[in-house]
Design a protein around this ligand. Structure first.
Ligand code: F6P
Length: 504
């Protein structure tokens, strides 16, 4: 066969499939597939030993990485080459963390300094007393700040932040109920500054401020955007516009001025720690080779399940209440990046692409969905994420039990259990990976997110797809906009629904 990529996939597909219990006969397995990485916020263990990766699969995927030009693609991303080919853009979220093309790193540093200046001014009282921030954004302009704030502000914050995404007015009303208009700022977070949900919510927030006695509502707005001209045109004073660079994608934008609410709530130092943790993971991803590269190794396992074994979903369970939003953050990162059916060159893909990412928080999920994981007909590769240091100050019993349950689930999925009664038997041989952090802090969270960004990118490179566009979200938006306009035509079902709801 002349196509080396097709040959690598064919070789992978032909490999024997030993059970996990057989793989553990190798005494070196744990050392080879469970690695501890020292990071600024404390070490993180990445244990991929309970997946079906064996020496043959690793060699096969390393050959695939070579065939698709993984090293070149990785270098091109960090060098700021326009690897987002469909949009002709560079992909430079790592430069926000100091790792990337010099000119972009310099620009990011300058923009962060501008953000630090505004944060310091607000903390210093330049905008009067500020106790609340309503952060309005959607998708990548909301999920990162929401995750970071939920994970890191449990002990309280300088400013209370409400993140509002949905155009459903109930979301904004819920935020209003928690805020005092006299001490509230509004952050309008939108890369494009045109997103319908965000701009509609922003207008309603201004109206709410006005109705509640704020004389100059625009004076209470901070804009976070890659389209600063649009924000100024909309009415935000230039001094309160925090721009970021176009080459930072929406779902990769937490590191840019989109992280403003995190910096305001926790302080600029903690925001810098978030960036440092991510930068340490960037360095690892840039320097480690083959399966020693942890995001790449994770991608090898992801593709083993998605492409070689037909698993249509993957699940992520955070055994840590502070990370309860992590699965929904990953949903956008993975599904919006890699839910594609064509390769970067426009040709159809050669097999399944991103699985459906789903998940929840442990131990809650054990009492709800784990039945299917253990005994259902679908094999779902699972990631467990946990922290050794407790986030709570209650009796140690809570955290001991939390971790014991996390580890027990991985062990049970793999071992299974024979029983005479088929209803009580567990097939076992079900894969899982465990990410175990020493503790959860801003740096650890940064590293965790960056690990998943690079894992998603590595998956895309191995599948030869462009992870950085998202044209699939456009058609529905266009149709929604056309509703109510003259001449708009719909199918019979949609027309009837529109008529019944009074939208025709
Ligand atoms: O609809 C998808 C999307 O473009 C996401 O990729 C993005 O994070 C989100 O909408 C919000 O876009 P913006 O930041 O431009 O408002």
């Amino acid at each position: 066969m002349s196509d080396p990529v097709a040959a690598a996939w064919q070789q992978l597909a032909s490999l024997p499939r030993p059970r996990l219990s057989e793989l553990f006969a190798d005494p070196e397995r744990l050392a080879r597939l469970s690695s501890r990485l020292d990071l600024p916020g404390g070490a993180i263990r990445f244990d991929w030993s309970k997946t079906h990766l064996d020496a043959a699969h690793i060699a096969g995927f390393e050959a695939l990485a070579e065939a698709v030009g993984f090293k070149k693609a990785r270098g091109a991303m960090f060098a700021g080459e326009p690897i987002n080919v469909t949009e002709g853009r560079a992909v430079e979220h790592t430069a926000q963390r100091g790792i990337g093309r010099d000119s972009t790193v310099e620009e990011a540093n300058a923009l962060h300094a501008r953000m630090a200046g505004l944060v310091a001014a607000i903390h210093g009282g330049a905008l009067g007393e500020v106790r609340h921030l309503i952060h309005i954004g959607i998708g990548g302009s909301a999920l990162g700040p929401a995750l970071a704030l939920d994970a890191l502000t449990r002990d309280g914050a300088v400013v209370d932040v409400q993140v509002v995404a949905n155009i459903d007015g109930c979301a904004l009303e819920a935020a209003f109920a928690k805020c005092d208009p006299a001490t509230t700022l509004v952050a309008v977070a939108s890369k494009t500054f045109t997103t319908t949900e965000t701009m509609t919510n922003a207008m309603s927030a201004l109206a709410w401020l006005k109705e509640n006695g704020v004389e100059d509502p625009y004076g209470r707005v901070v804009a976070l955007t890659a389209n600063p001209e649009k924000a100024v045109e909309w009415g935000v004073d230039e001094t309160r516009v925090l721009p970021f660079t176009e080459s930072v994608g929406g779902r990769y934008s937490l590191w840019s001025s989109i992280g403003f609410p995190v910096a305001l709530a926790l302080g600029m130092d903690e925001f810098a720690e978030l960036l440092d943790g991510a930068a340490a993971m960037d360095r690892h991803f840039l320097q480690a080779e083959g399966a020693a590269n942890l995001p790449l190794r994770a991608a090898f396992a992801d593709l083993t399940y998605a492409r070689l074994r037909g698993c249509q979903t993957r699940a992520v369970f955070a055994y840590d209440e502070r990370l309860r939003l992590f699965p929904s953050y990953l949903q956008q990162l993975e599904m919006e990046s890699n839910g594609k059916a064509v390769k970067a060159d426009g040709h159809p893909v050669d097999g399944a692409t991103a699985p459906i990412t789903w998940g929840g928080v442990g131990t809650d999920a054990q009492h709800a969905v784990f039945q299917l994981l253990h005994q259902g007909t679908h094999v779902v590769p699972v990631d467990f994420i946990a922290c050794i240091a407790a986030g709570d100050e209650l009796s140690a019993e809570h955290h001991r039990n939390l971790l014991a349950n996390c580890f027990a689930q991985g062990a049970a999925l793999m071992a299974g259990k024979a029983a005479e009664d088929p209803a009580r038997a567990y097939p076992g041989d079900r894969p899982s990976a465990t990410i175990l952090c020493e503790e959860l802090n801003a740096a650890t969270l940064g590293a965790l997110i960056a690990f998943h960004e690079h894992r998603t990118f590595a998956n895309a490179v191995l599948m030869e797809i462009n992870a950085f566009d998202q044209f699939g979200v456009e058609l529905g938006k266009e149709i929604a906009k056309s509703i109510g306009t003259a001449g708009a035509q719909f199918d019979a079902s949609t027309s009837a629904l529109l008529a019944e709801a009074g939208l025709a």
